[in-house]
Design a protein around this ligand. Structure first.
Ligand code: 2NL
Length: 355
């Protein structure tokens, strides 16, 4: 009997070491330890033995089973390690090599995408989170909650694209600014709020300096004590970081927006882009109107803050000296290879935004 066990063990161990891959190992396991396997069959001969021999035989077969199981496990581990070593050797990527010539190397990041990454990097460093929302908005989020009621003249100024009415007869709009993203944030979160909302916006307007779709970044800070000093410091910090200059001249001109009070337009001294003596308008801003805060379910007696809106496309033209807005959206590969950025040129405030 014992010689049967020894012979089977020798056969199985030989099969195990000959198994060349994981499928072969599994086949040996099934044919040895499976329900109808050779070890299991040996165990089923137990009943035919005289009772005083059964115990010793059972222990012998169980010990065989343990040794076969251990050998299967070892072989499986060795095969897996070899397979991994093989993959590591063949799939190795040297990330220090230059990009291969071809489409990967020719690909360019659109200047507006690059500038968006720069703006996000700057505001992230100031503790702002990035918020996003849908391009198709309700009239309520795009206008009413922003203190622009029906029949308000600003509705006409915005040259809104209206969608066909839905089954409920309600017309949605293509958002005319990213303010509705900030409205959604105020409705969903308790202050302190510190966000920027970048994205596409739409106005039914098209000429030399206007395209029906353009890009905007708005910012919003709501807290209990946030005041205009914080607004001015934040915008100055942004302008210096964005134009990569140590000092920037700024001019805050009184203006009007329905959603802020007071409201201002901001110019920077054009020395920032190497044109001394001129002023450049870069953004609009103000303290969030108490009506807007109340419309979002917050107590305007307790909460206050500032907001601003900046056109990304214009900012891009100023920083990178790009003359014609309409080329931004023409999809001309020659224009993109000239003005676009390498995929490896990821802006960071520490490592340099541009260059
Ligand atoms: C401009 C002016 C601005 C805002 C946008 C804003 C958003 C909320 C509340 C209050 Cl939710 N204000 N946004 C404020 C002032 C100006 O944009 O000329 N953009 C290009």
């Amino acid at each position: 009997m014992t010689s049967n066990v020894d012979a089977l063990e020798a056969t199985l161990l030989a099969e195990i070491s000959a198994a060349g891959d994981l499928a072969a190992i599994e086949a040996v396991r099934v044919s040895a330890l499976g329900k109808k396997g050779r070890v299991s069959e040996l165990m089923s001969t137990l009943g035919a033995l005289p009772p005083d021999a059964r115990k010793a035989f059972g222990q012998t077969v169980n010990a065989l089973k343990d040794r076969v199981t251990a050998a299967l496990g070892e072989r499986k581990d060795a095969l897996e390690a070899a397979a991994l070593a093989q993959r590591l050797a063949t799939e190795r990527a040297d990330v220090t090599l230059p990009v291969r010539s071809g489409p990967e190397a020719r690909g360019r990041i659109h200047p507006v995408s690059q500038v968006l990454d720069e703006v996000i990097e700057i505001f992230a460093g100031l503790g702002f989170a990035v918020a996003e929302g849908p391009d198709i908005e309700t009239d309520d989020n795009n206008f009413t909650k922003l203190n622009i009621p029906a029949e308000h003249p600003a509705r006409q100024d915005h040259d809104t694209f209206y969608l066909a009415p839905g089954p409920d007869g309600v017309r949605k709009v293509l958002r005319t600014h990213t303010s509705p993203v900030q409205i959604r944030t105020m409705l969903a979160q308790k202050p302190p709020i510190r966000i920027i909302a970048p994205g596409r916006v739409y106005r039914c307007d098209s000429d030399q300096t206007h395209t029906p779709m353009f890009h905007q970044v708005e910012g919003l800070v709501i807290d209990e004590t946030t005041h205009m000093g914080h607004l001015k410091w934040t915008l100055e910090a942004f302008a210096k970081a964005f134009f990569e200059v140590d000092e920037v001249k700024m001019r805050f001109r009184a203006s009007h927006f329905p959603f802020t009070e007071p409201s201002m337009e901001v110019d920077i001294g054009a020395e920032a882009i190497g044109k001394p003596g001129q002023w450049l308008e870069i953004l609009g801003c103000g303290m969030v109107h108490p009506n807007v805060i109340a419309n979002c379910g917050l107590d305007p007696e307790r909460y206050q803050g500032f907001a601003f809106g900046v056109g990304l496309d214009r900012l891009t033209m100023l920083k990178y000296g790009i003359p014609d807005l309409r080329q931004f959206f023409a999809g001309d590969i020659r224009w993109l290879s000239h003005y676009g950025f390498s995929v490896l040129d990821v802006p960071t405030t520490g490592g340099g935004l541009s260059n």
